[in-house]
Design a protein around this ligand. Structure first.
Ligand SMILES: Nc1ncnc2c1ncn2[C@@H]1O[C@H](COP(=O)(O)OP(=O)(O)OP(=O)(O)O)[C@@H](O)[C@H]1O
Ligand SMILES: [Mg+2]
Length: 221
């Protein structure tokens, strides 16, 4: 089984767009794909059930018949840092809890599991833990989404270095540019020289998942 963890330079950088279009692309090649969005903060309360938009987007593209609760076991309504949301509800988020959910998903025997992170690489869970420690526990290969905008070179390089220093592999990266950026190609070129992993997609502003799917080069995965 192949397992990928999608992280990004920041929140709102395009993780869900990339995770869901990658899932759709892999499903279209005949693979069984399972998805995981362990933590979300920012949910709709539907009849007392917390439903996260990212989890829904991933569920729509995957083909492993997973419930929203399985895809997103740790959900908070308020769009705030998850460890603060957990504290407010007298709960705690731990790596062990996140790994438990991951083990459940692995029992589905999918060919590929795509896990979307939350925020950026060093997302605090509280009690001194970080989401990156779960990625390390499970030894997941990382796909880094870079939101191309001024300041992204610093964010991308710091994130890349952190992942490598954690002993993990960045298997691919994606340049996501929904907004215009002056000297975009020069910035992408710089990152290609700094990141020793293939650039598998350059995604400009898209209007649908299908449009994003067309831009992904799966040959590296
Ligand atoms: N290339 C793109 N074209 C059009 N819209 C985009 C593109 N990339 C991102 N967006 C939009 O920007 C918003 C943020 O993207 P997305 O939800 O994928 O980010 P994220 O990293 O998953 O955020 P979060 O940290 O909240 O999970 C969404 O509304 C998404 O549809
Ligand atoms: Mg998201």
């Amino acid at each position: 089984m192949k397992n990928y963890f999608i992280t990004a330079t920041d929140t709102d950088a395009g993780k869900t767009l990339v995770a869901s279009s990658l899932t759709a692309a892999l499903v279209s090649t005949g693979k069984k794909v399972a998805v995981y969005k362990p933590i979300s903060a920012g949910c709709e309360n539907i009849d007392g059930k917390l439903v996260n938009g990212d989890a829904l987007a991933l569920q729509q593209q995957a083909n492993s018949e997973q419930s929203i609760e399985q895809i997103n076991p740790i959900a908070y309504e308020e769009p705030i840092a998850p460890h603060i949301a957990a504290l407010k509800h007298n709960k705690s988020i731990t790596c062990d809890l996140i790994s438990k959910g991951f083990t459940q998903i692995q029992s589905l025997n999918a060919d590929i599991t795509i896990t979307e992170g939350a925020g950026g690489w060093r997302l605090p869970l509280g009690n001194g833990e970080y989401l990156s420690e779960f990625v390390k526990q499970q030894n997941l290969n990382v796909i880094l989404v870079v939101h191309m905008k001024l300041g992204c070179l610093n964010h991308a390089i710091l994130t890349y270095e952190s992942i490598i220093n954690d002993g993990l592999k960045v298997i691919a990266w994606v340049a996501n540019f929904p907004e215009e950026m002056p000297y975009l190609e020069e910035n992408i070129d710089y990152l290609q020289s700094a990141i020793t992993a293939p650039l598998i997609a350059k995604i400009d502003k898209v209007n649908s998942i299908d449009q994003a799917v067309e831009k992904i080069d799966l040959s590296w995965l």
